[in-house]
Design a protein around this ligand. Sequence first.
Ligand SMILES: [Zn+2]
Length: 183
Amino acid sequence: MSRKSWIFETLCKSPTDLDTIVEQYELTKFRTEYTSVGVKYTYRCALYKRFPSCAMQLQAKQLSMTDVDTFEISKFGKRDHEKRALTTRAPSPIRDDVKTYVAAGLSETQIRRAVTIDHPQWAAQKQVRSLVGYYRTKNHPSSFSLSDLRDWCIERSQTPAHTPTESDTPFVLYSIWHTQITK
Ligand SMILES: [Zn+2]
């Protein structure tokens, strides 16, 4: 495991100085450690959920037991607020489409298919599913269309010869009957 190399940044002479730096870099404290000479704080990006590629970390290390105001500040990683997380929210054209499809009474499978055709770059099916659920409960608290039920059954249908291996997986059992007519 490689050790992180912290690069010396500056020396803080007061807690206010430290607060200013933390604020300036938009950081949040995530670790507090105690060393032989005092306390050591580690900060990371306060917006890391929105910017997962932001690797910026800051460390504030008390230098002497007798001096509680002086902290050595070192930096690690690069601040990167260029790439936003894609998963936080579906773009609004997709939200609008899903809303329309739900109002038109399309099944979840049909909606997912339509969204994939209209927005091929948008492959986050899980999000479409949650949007469908959201707009459905908003308009009709307990609606579940017949075609949803049919799709659900087809997805989970199993012949007796192919029973699911996981015991908590829901499945629909069906059999094919062969009728023999004897004369
Ligand atoms: Zn950041």
